[in-house]
Design a protein around this ligand. Structure first.
Ligand code: ATP
Ligand code: MG
Length: 183
C-alpha cells in the first residue's frame, strides 16, 4: 500500500487547494523553516482520525483551519484527502478489491467533522477500523516523529506490546473481541 497523493484545502497554511503527488516509493519534502512541511504530516494524521488537538500542534481542533494572514481572510472549512494505491489488496473487507482508496475528512469552524471513504460519507470508526493492523493509524508507527524511537526504547513492556501487536496485525482482532465482549 502506498500513499499516492494528498489534497489539502483550508488546512493550516494550505489555504488554496493544493495537490501533493508522491510519484515514487521514496519522496522527501524540503523547504525553509515554517513553510508547512510538518503541516503535511499533521494533515495525514488528522485524516486518519487524530482527535487530539495537541498531537496536531494546536490548542483546539479548529486550529487546523486556515486562520488568516496579513493578506488573506480566515476560511471556515478545512479538508484533506489522502489517495492510497491498494493494488496488493492489503486493506481488509469490502475495500480489499479497490485498486485505489480515497480517505477524506472535513471540519467546519463550528466543530462539525465529516469523513468519506471513496467518496461515501462514513464514520470515523470506519476509517480507524480500515487501517487498524496496517500500521497506519493516527498514532501508529507509520509516522515516526522526533523522539519516537527513544520513547519506544524506553517504553513500559505493556506499551511496547501494543506496538508489536499493531505491527503483527493482531490489534484488529483484539479490538473486535473487545467490542463483542462489551455488547
Ligand atoms: P520547520 O522547518 O521549522 O519544522 P515546517 O516547514 O515544519 O517548519 P510547519 O510547522 O509545518 O513548518 O508550518 C508552520 C506554519 O504554518 C507557520 O507559519 C504557521 O503560522 C502556519 N500555520 C499553522 N496553523 C495555521 C493555521 N491554522 N492557519 C494559518 N497558518 C497556519
Ligand atoms: Mg517542522
Amino acid at each position: 500500500m502506498r500513499l499516492k497523493q494528498i489534497k489539502l484545502a483550508g488546512f493550516k497554511s494550505f489555504v488554496d487547494p493544493t495537490k501533493i503527488p508522491f510519484l515514487q516509493a521514496l519522496s522527501a519534502i524540503i523547504g525553509p523553516n515554517g513553510c508547512g512541511k510538518s503541516n503535511v504530516i499533521d494533515a495525514v494524521r488528522w485524516v486518519l482520525g487524530e482527535s487530539s488537538a495537541k498531537h496536531l500542534r494546536g490548542d483546539s481542533m479548529s486550529d487546523v483551519i486556515f486562520n488568516g494572514s496579513s493578506a488573506r481572510k480566515p476560511v471556515s472549512v478545512a479538508g484533506v484527502e489522502l489517495v492510497f494505491e491498494n493494488k496488493e489488496g492489503r486493506l481488509a473487507g469490502q475495500y480489499a478489491s479497490y485498486e485505489e482508496i480515497s480517505v477524506k475528512r472535513q471540519v467546519s469552524r463550528d466543530g462539525e467533522s465529516w469523513y468519506f471513504l471513496n467518496g461515501q460519507k462514513c464514520r470515523r470508526k470506519d476509517i480507524t477500523d480500515l487501517f487498524m493492523g496496517t500500521g497506519l493509524g493516527p498514532r501508529s508507527y507509520a509516522i515516526i516523529e522526533q523522539g519516537t524511537i527513544s520513547r519506544l526504547i524506553e517504553s513500559k513492556p505493556q506499551d511496547l506490546r501494543t506496538f508489536i501487536e499493531e505491527a503483527a496485525g493482531i490489534s484488529r482482532y483484539k479490538e473486535r473481541r473487545r467490542e463483542t465482549e462489551n455488547r
